[in-house]
Design a protein around this ligand. Structure first.
Ligand SMILES: *[C@@H]1O[C@H](CO)[C@@H](O)[C@H](O)[C@H]1NC(C)=O
Ligand SMILES: *[C@@H]1O[C@H](CO)[C@@H](O)[C@H](O)[C@H]1NC(C)=O
Ligand SMILES: *[C@@H]1O[C@H](CO)[C@@H](O)[C@H](O)[C@H]1NC(C)=O
Length: 380
């Protein structure tokens, strides 16, 4: 009996192997360092063990589409301060993310116009990455074959990834260096995927794929709705879009599930009509560090959606769909159970980084805790 108890104790104290391998990819937005609302996040203030990968967002292309736009001295210093985190955690990888919503599609179209341009870009990108001590490139083209990019760019995007992968492989062989990582951020809904991505090609050339599994609903629809549901009848949710990417040929362990550290805000037309699907007009977004303070001061009540597994709150005329510790931990369990590669967060600087509501980085720490926890599905 005593022996049995001893054995059980050892088992409970042994961390699960699977969970530990999950990637934790964190975007860091450069503009967060300049925030003047008391929530600026400087690179030095990021614990070097919170994330396995940090993506510096964003750099942009020059007008030729074949080179990185030269950065201002401020940004170069910020990059250096960020990559310095590797001295505190040598296993940490720091990538730079190219693109984003603001940059749009037109410059990327120039990059993929010819194979010569793609090769030129690959050489310039490698030089940039090595000069600034980055470990890889994350392509955030929003989106191929949309927003000013023609239909053939769906395939051209695969060709660009192939050119980059080949260039990174060649560099590794020639100089016996650690190969640069190549990743992509993609909008995973079925209609967007059909328009913009050759899933099996993206999976072949990328080390992993950041699924932007949020913004499924927003104020542009003129009615309220959760933006990061785990499940939903309308298929605009993590479960259905991740399954769809698998079905289209993405390798499971390359799929990284995106988690938002912000809420989507909808301005209610009538504050008394405030359920899901209520009429709204305009809106925006709200960082988690603001959401937690509103809830802590009891200025709004949190309501959990049982089907979608995410909360919302009504704050005066604002209807806010977001994620809390519980919804994020359920999503971590889902990632473990399905055998996906890990989680991605947009963005680490939107967590309660200064501990305005208690401890610092409550969302990221609860994710790490859940990843390591025994007893979660299929982990032990
Ligand atoms: C390549 O680098 C590794 C690690 O730095 C080293 O052990 C190995 O000897 C190198 N190989 C060649 C061919 O230089
Ligand atoms: C939302 O409302 C705006 C302003 O009334 C209108 O221009 C737009 O077309 C509406 N969008 C949808 C999806 O109904
Ligand atoms: C999860 O997604 C799959 C594929 O779209 C679907 O068949 C299944 O019903 C979804 N599960 C839930 C609980 O919605």
């Amino acid at each position: 009996m005593a022996v049995l108890r001893f054995v059980v104790l050892i088992f409970l104290c042994t961390p699960p192997v699977i969970g530990h391998r999950l990637l934790r990819v964190c975007y860091y937005s450069s503009w967060s360092s300049r925030r003047n609302d008391g929530h600026a996040l400087l690179p030095e203030d990021i614990d070097a063990n919170l994330c396995t990968h940090i993506n510096y967002a964003f750099i942009t292309l020059d007008s030729s589409g074949t080179d990185i736009l030269s950065e201002q001295p401020f940004d170069l210093t910020l990059m250096k301060r960020l990559t310095n985190l590797k001295t505190k955690n040598p296993a940490l990888k720091i990538l730079v993310s190219l693109g984003g919503w603001e940059m749009g599609s037109v410059k990327f179209h120039k990059t993929v116009e010819s194979h010569e341009n793609m090769k030129k870009f690959a050489q310039n990108a490698m030089a940039f990455l090595r000069t600034h001590n980055f470990d890889g490139l994350d392509l955030d083209w929003e989106y191929p074959a949309a927003r000013g990019s023609p239909a053939e760019d769906k395939h051209a995007f695969s060709e660009l990834l192939k050119a980059l992968k080949n260039a990174f492989d060649a560099e590794k062989q020639r100089h016996n260096m650690t190969r640069l990582l190549l990743t992509a951020a993609v909008a995973p809904s079925q209609w967007r995927t059909e328009q913009s991505y050759e899933v099996n090609m993206i999976s072949r050339y990328c080390d992993f794929i950041n699924l932007m599994t949020y913004d499924f609903h927003g104020s542009w629809e003129n009615k309220t709705g959760p933006h990061s549901a785990l499940y939903s009848d309308d298929t605009l949710c993590i479960n259905d879009t991740a399954s769809y990417w698998e079905l289209q040929g993405a390798e499971k362990n390359k799929l990284i599930i995106g988690l938002p550290f912000y809420g989507n805000v909808f301005k209610l037309v009538n504050p008394f009509d405030n359920g899901v699907g209520a009429a709204s007009s305009g809106g925006g977004d709200m960082p988690y560090y603001s959401i937690c303070q509103i809830l802590q001061d009891c200025r709004a009540q949190e309501i959990f959606l049982n089907e979608q597994r995410v909360p919302y709150m009504v704050f005066g005329r604002k209807w806010v769909a977001y994620d809390n510790v519980n919804s994020l931990q359920e999503k971590v369990d889902f990632v473990k159970k399905r055998g996906y590669g890990g989680i991605m967060v947009w963005a680490i600087d939107l967590d309660d980084t200064h501990g305005a509501c208690g401890h610092k980085f409550p969302l990221m720490n609860s994710i790490i805790h859940r990843i390591r926890q025994n007893g979660a599905p299929d982990s032990g």
